[in-house]
Ligand binder design. Structure first.
Ligand code: FAD
Length: 322
């Protein structure tokens, strides 16, 4: 029987939302579902994976997988994929995935398509679509090779549906490869934020050059705190050094698709739109009524961000406190 394997990502306590999206899509395929989960805490995910329709999990909670290393991950994953030969391998199109899976594809001679926005299954074949030229058009992509088909999905594009399955997943231990490493990440210094990463956030409040300077981002932080949102930015303000690159949305930043994207003082250049036009509802605040962002916006507010943001924040506070 053909199988579909999911790269399961998790936080300290639960599967990531993006993984639940992939699992929902996989359940609609009627193929046997397997998963691969690595890193400390991976074994704690077995029950949740079983409840979501996964029959077999390839797992390691070794410290070797605590930090992403392309050699370690691609060697370990290659062993699993070579042995199992799943028809499909699904993962979220994160920065890490876009590094890992092309390497893996080269090792196992598989095809890989990243940044997909649509996915459905019919029998043994997958229908996938991805945007091209910064979202100006999209293409349906077909695999022509017979090997494993690796599909990297953008998050927030697929629905999450409750699983009707209640089975337990069986566990197969992955042996961490003994690799003579060429590079080693010694330390990762995390930005101190309790906010969700932009790619995971359901609500994003984003600021552009219209915010005038870094100090004024406090208005965006205040609104984000009220809404439980994450703050993003245009490249202009990242280049100006107001905020770190990890906050940049767009062609050379992160691709996001939240339920609500509030663009404040952002003109709507094509490279910015490339990263956020998949958002469900877009609210734009700009004092220039002809700013291109209004062509993409669901709701547009023509006005000064310094007047509008405090008003919006006060209104949202009133509504959300009731
Ligand atoms: P601006 O274009 O300067 O717009 C500022 C807006 O603020 C204006 O519309 C103005 O009317 C409004 N404004 C000013 N004051 C106020 C006020 N008081 N109240 C309300 N509105 C106000 N950009 C990205 O964002 N992400 C990317 O990933 C990215 N990648 C790029 C890759 C390449 C190869 C290139 C060439 C460019 C890329 N860019 C990217 C840059 C992009 O082309 C734009 O330059 C950038 O998005 C502009 O940022 P902005 O909208 O903040 O600034």
């Amino acid at each position: 029987m053909s199988t579909i394997m999911i790269f399961a990502e998790f936080t300290n306590t639960q599967l990531k939302k993006s993984t639940l999206e992939l699992l929902t899509a996989a359940r609609k395929s009627n193929l046997k579902i397997q998963a691969i989960a690595v890193g400390p805490g991976a074994k704690n995910m077995l029950a949740a994976l079983g409840q979501n329709g996964v029959e077999q999990v390839f797992v390691s909670d070794s410290e070797v997988f605590a930090r992403y290393n392309s050699e370690v991950f691609s060697n370990a994953f290659a062993e699993v994929i070579k042995a199992q030969s799943p028809k499909f391998l699904l993962a979220s199109s994160t920065m890490m995935a876009r590094d890992l899976f092309p390497r893996l594809a080269a090792k196992i001679k598989a095809g890989v398509v990243s940044d997909c926005t649509e996915l459905s299954f019919s029998g043994d074949s997958a229908k996938i679509r991805k945007p091209l030229y910064s979202g100006k058009c999209s293409a349906e992509v077909q695999f022509v090779s017979s090997g494993t088909q690796i599909i990297l999905m953008r998050s927030n594009q697929l629905p999450i549906e409750a699983s009707q399955k209640a089975g337990a997943a069986s566990m197969s231990e992955i042996v961490a490869p003994k690799t003579d490493l060429k590079t080693l990440v010694k330390e990762i210094v995390k930005a101190t934020s309790n906010k969700l990463d932009l790619t995971e956030a359901s609500i994003i409040v984003s600021g552009g050059r219209g915010m005038k300077d870094a100090e004024n981002f406090k208005l965006l932080n205040e609104l984000a705190d009220t809404l439980g949102a994450t703050v993003g930015a245009s490249r202009a303000v990242v280049d100006a050094g107001w905020v770190p690159h990890s906050m940049q949305v767009g062609q050379t930043g992160k691709t996001v698709a939240p339920v609500l994207y509030i663009a404040c003082g952002i003109s709507g250049a094509i490279q910015h739109l490339a990263g956020m036009s998949g958002s469900k509802v877009i609210v734009a605040i700009n004092k220039d009524a002809n700013a291109p962002i209004f062509q993409k916006a669901t709701y547009g507010i023509v006005g000064d961000v310094f007047e509008i943001l405090p008003l919006l924040n006060a209104e949202f506070k009133k509504i959300l406190q009731h």
